[in-house]
Design a protein. Structure first.
Length: 399
């Protein structure tokens, strides 16, 4: 490793520590390198990413790593200010400009002169205000509401949004010329699902931080619990994950965190809804109730046919039990409620020849793994279960 690489690595680590940017994944490290490259320039920066990915943290870092770091950094949430007030808040107004304008007031742009302004939720900005913003970006000129006087500022604009501005432009809710002017540099923040390897680091950080603040003894977390956390779709990203971590640590009073504890506190949107318990929790196969079973001999076949899954994998299993009437539609297997499966040979259903449900689950998962080339996320989707359940089954069956 060259000295340059070592120095760069150390520099990135220092930046992460300074701004509280957590993670060692390739996705976040690449984003940090781009941050370093663009911060020292004076170009407009557009930060995009899902809600909760830390856009304001990166905006703050862009400013504090620039030549403007000793000047003002003004943060404005465009979506939180009523449309009728946004223009006057950004550019200021003169006394008497409107009914409640009892005194002169400078706007956010004047307050940020020679520094940086962060326009969060830029996609919520009304078209009329976008026109004035474009003028500031191109010439630095603007006028206060109620005044014909042209004023000039030197402000670096950093904008952020979780919206797809390209779509907004095509729908004519966002000006194309403003979009291209803001998008001189685009920093795309990865979602938590794109960097699952960082989840254990986040959990340790948030847990220890909370325990230190509340004088709780932190006893750690199991590998199985971390695997469970890594399998969840955290739609709220870092913000949601932090809230979840703080909740479970607080309510469990710092006890050693297990997978069972994680299951207990999983937010409702993340709960699985496509499997039924069969005595043991998290079973892959649904056993019909008594009124669903037309004959005891057909139980295994009906169980298999009820699973909407990979056709090839199911057919391979069905071959063990003989031919059955199967309706193949839209790459799924289905069975008519009135269908009765008859066995030509009674010996086919001899107990010695019928595999256990566990054996069928194992074979079904193995077939799915082969089809999906061992990509766990794809396997979980194919089987209609969460990655959490899949990981447990893989461990249970030694796959």
């Amino acid at each position: 490793m060259t000295n340059f690489t070592l120095q760069t690595k150390q520099y990135i680590e220092n930046i992460q520590k300074q701004f509280g940017i957590i993670g060692q994944s390739e996705a976040i490290q690449n984003t940090l390198r781009m941050l370093i490259d663009v911060a020292s320039t004076d170009l407009a920066v557009l930060i995009t990413g899902d809600t909760g990915t830390g856009k304001e943290v990166f905006a703050n870092a862009v400013h504090n790593l620039s030549n403007r770091k000793d000047k003002s950094f003004v943060s404005v949430n465009c979506g939180a200010i009523p449309e009728t007030l946004l223009e006057s808040e950004l550019f200021g107004y003169e006394k008497g400009a409107f009914t409640d304008a009892k005194e002169q007031r400078i706007g956010f742009f004047e307050a940020a002169n020679n520094g940086s302004i962060f326009l969060d939720e830029i996609g919520e900005m009304p078209i009329a205000t976008q026109v004035k913003l474009l003028r500031v970006l191109e010439s630095g000129e603007f006028s206060r509401l109620g005044s014909p006087k042209i004023r000039k500022v030197d402000v670096r604009v950093i904008a952020a949004t979780n919206k797809n501005l390209t779509n907004a432009v095509s729908q004519k809710t966002f000006r194309s010329d403003l979009y291209y002017r803001l998008n001189q540099i685009n920093i795309v923040l990865p979602s938590l699902n794109e960097r699952p390897e960082d989840i254990p680091i986040f959990f340790e950080h948030f847990a220890k931080e909370l325990c230190k603040k509340n004088k709780i003894i932190y006893k750690g977390v199991s590998n199985e619990a971390l695997e469970t956390l890594m399998s969840i779709d955290w739609k709220g990203n870092i913000r949601e994950f932090k809230n979840f971590t703080e909740k479970i640590i607080t309510l469990e009073r710092g006890d050693f965190i297990t997978a069972e504890m994680i299951d207990k506190y999983i937010p409702a949107p993340h709960l699985e809804t496509n499997y039924k318990n069969i005595g043991e929790s998290n079973a892959l196969i649904h056993i019909p109730s008594s009124n669903e079973i037309m004959s005891s001999d057909s139980l295994i076949l009906r169980t298999l046919l009820a699973i909407q899954n990979d056709i090839t994998g199911i057919k391979q299993i069905l071959q063990k039990f003989g031919d059955a009437l199967v309706d193949i539609k839209n790459d799924t297997l289905s069975i008519n409620d009135s269908m009765v499966v008859y066995a030509d040979n009674a010996e086919l259903f001899d107990n010695k020849e019928i595999p256990t449900i566990s054996e069928m689950e194992k074979e079904l998962i193995a077939a799915a793994l082969k089809k999906c080339k061992n990509k766990k996320k794809d396997v979980a989707i194919l089987l209609g279960i969460s990655e959490r359940t899949l990981y447990r089954k893989l461990e249970e069956y030694g796959l």
